[in-house]
Design a protein around this ligand. Structure first.
Ligand code: NI
Length: 172
């Protein structure tokens, strides 16, 4: 497993629409292993492949609270089958939008159809944090970031801040 570099906004790759996976094979499993390792090392709870520069419809997540107990989840080609009209609100952040947080409303419950690590078709009835997290990650597959839900002013302030941090970063 390899820890990859996580792309941060502004970056055109993050705005791409990810492509469906035709078959879950060795290559895709290796990608999922690397994604999980990258996510753990960045202390994230979810990561989409496009965030490490691979625009494929693959997501990894781990919502376990205990650091010692790992509960990795893998979603390939996830599709939302059902959405609740009730909303829930969480303060969201994103590994691709470092150090920025905002309250975002999303459907409280949703059903997700997807392929697992072994390419098996599965259905997940998600609620609460799990539902919010999978919807946040699925947005990445469409090139959408949580800051896109904010007002134009708020969003442009965040992007300005991130761009500034980027340009002052030096690697020697
Ligand atoms: Ni994110």
């Amino acid at each position: 497993m390899t820890v990859k570099k996580i792309l941060t906004e502004p970056n055109e790759i993050l705005r791409q629409i990810s492509k469906p996976v035709e078959k879950v094979g060795k290559e895709e499993q290796k990608l999922m292993d690397d994604m999980l390792e990258t996510m753990y090392s960045a202390n994230g709870i979810g990561l989409a492949a496009v965030q490490i520069g691979v625009p494929k419809r693959i997501i990894v997540m781990d919502l376990s609270k205990d650091e010692k107990i790992k509960e990795p989840r893998y979603f390939v080609n996830p599709k939302i089958k059902n959405k609740d009209s009730l909303k829930s609100t969480y303060e969201e952040g994103c590994l691709s939008v470092p150090n920025q947080f905002a309250e975002i409303d999303r459907p409280k419950k949703c059903d997700i159809e997807y392929l697992d690590y072994n390419g098996k078709k599965k259905l997940l009835k998600a609620e609460g944090l799990l539902a919010t997290c999978i919807q946040h990650e699925m947005d990445h597959l469409e090139g959408i970031l949580f800051i896109d839900y904010l007002s134009k002013l708020k969003k442009s302030m965040i992007i300005k801040k991130l761009s500034k941090n980027k340009s002052s970063r030096i690697v020697v």
